[in-house]
Design a protein around this ligand. Structure first.
Ligand SMILES: [Mn+2]
Length: 328
């Protein structure tokens, strides 16, 4: 190793140095060259109810994520050595103001990854992107033809088929968890929604999730049951079904992650250690991919803590996939 290599190895762990790809991974748009494909989904028109800058999320995480290229001490693994992890770039959403068209373009993009056997870990974008991604993955190659099951972190259930649209968006950030079930991509029987909190817009607001068959663990349920029991429910419900992890940053307490859309201010959200424990409890499961959504870089704190949280969650997803599928 030359002196220059040594110098670069040191500098590559510093976020402000060099070209800002996700986790300092090589930028390569071909999913055939990646075991784990990191993807930006700069999409905002699936949710217009808060500030509308969620499409700026991928760039914000690229800006800080070089510092997240670390080994996983808790698992005792180095995911970057175990798997080919590449930054595939962003989904080209050239009709971004048209939500319905964008969701289908996201599906077309991820179908390429699915066919190549590339497991995606994505940064959004609002939560409608999960609908586009799982239209491609649920029942595809990575699941072995099965429906996907979900570990869905969120303050909201996003299964609101009781409303016809969300400010004009049909396959919206409020609808994806419903139509993915009715259209046959997600199996709610093996899926868990966790962290749901806050006063709802009507007393029957959560009913669609129960009617669809999801296991719903509200934040108040978590608080009364305790982490051990919640982890047991997650383990039992998901089993070894092909698992997709979708992480809405609004499940965090706003003190932990201020730069998110749709903050629930009336009840404390998850802390970072609680989330890490829940994520790590699916170690060994068949994780086919994951996403982090609803980052609002324009209302983040000056030290960009919500971008760092997003990076940290993505790192857990990358490590879970490497640990199960790429053991050395
Ligand atoms: Mn959501």
């Amino acid at each position: 190793m030359t002196e220059l290599d040594d110098q670069q190895r040191l500098m590559n762990g510093i976020f402000w140095y060099g070209i800002p790809t996700l986790f300092r991974c090589e930028h390569d748009e071909d999913p055939a060259n990646a075991d784990i494909g990191l993807v930006g989904v700069p999409h905002s028109t699936g949710n217009g109810t808060t500030q509308r800058d969620q499409h700026l999320g991928p760039r914000a995480v690229r800006n800080v994520s070089a510092i997240g290229r670390r080994v996983h001490n808790h698992f005792g693994i180095d995911p970057w050595e175990m798997a080919r992890v590449r930054d595939l770039g962003d989904v080209p959403l050239s009709e971004g103001n048209n939500n319905e068209r964008s969701i289908e373009m996201i599906t077309e993009y991820y179908a390429r990854l699915d066919a190549a056997g590339c497991r995606p870990v994505s940064i959004g974008g609002d939560h409608s992107i999960t609908g586009g991604i799982l239209q491609a993955l649920g029942g595809g190659n990575l699941t072995g033809g099965e429906k996907a099951c979900l570990l869905h972190f969120d303050a909201h259930t996003d299964a609101f088929h009781n409303i016809p649209h969300f400010m004009g968006a049909v396959k919206s950030a409020a609808h994806w968890a419903s139509y993915l079930v009715t259209e046959g991509h997600v199996d709610p029987q093996y899926s868990v929604q966790v962290g749901i909190r806050g006063n709802t817009r009507s007393l029957e607001w959560l009913d669609p999730s129960y009617d669809l068959g999801y296991t719903v663990i509200k934040k108040t349920d978590y608080d009364s049951m305790g982490a051990e029991q919640v982890m047991a429910i997650i383990d039992e419900t998901i089993g070894d079904h092909p698992l997709y992890i979708t992480f809405d940053l609004d499940c965090f307490d706003p003190m932990v992650a201020p730069g998110v859309a749709n903050i629930e201010a009336g009840i404390e959200g998850f802390g970072i250690d609680q989330v890490m424990e829940l994520l790590r409890c699916v170690r060994g499961k068949n994780v086919i991919g994951g996403d982090v959504v609803c980052l609002m870089p324009t209302v983040d704190s000056p030290n960009q803590i919500t971008s760092y949280r997003s990076m940290a969650i993505m790192f857990e997803m990358i490590s879970l996939i490497a640990d199960r599928h790429h053991q050395t």
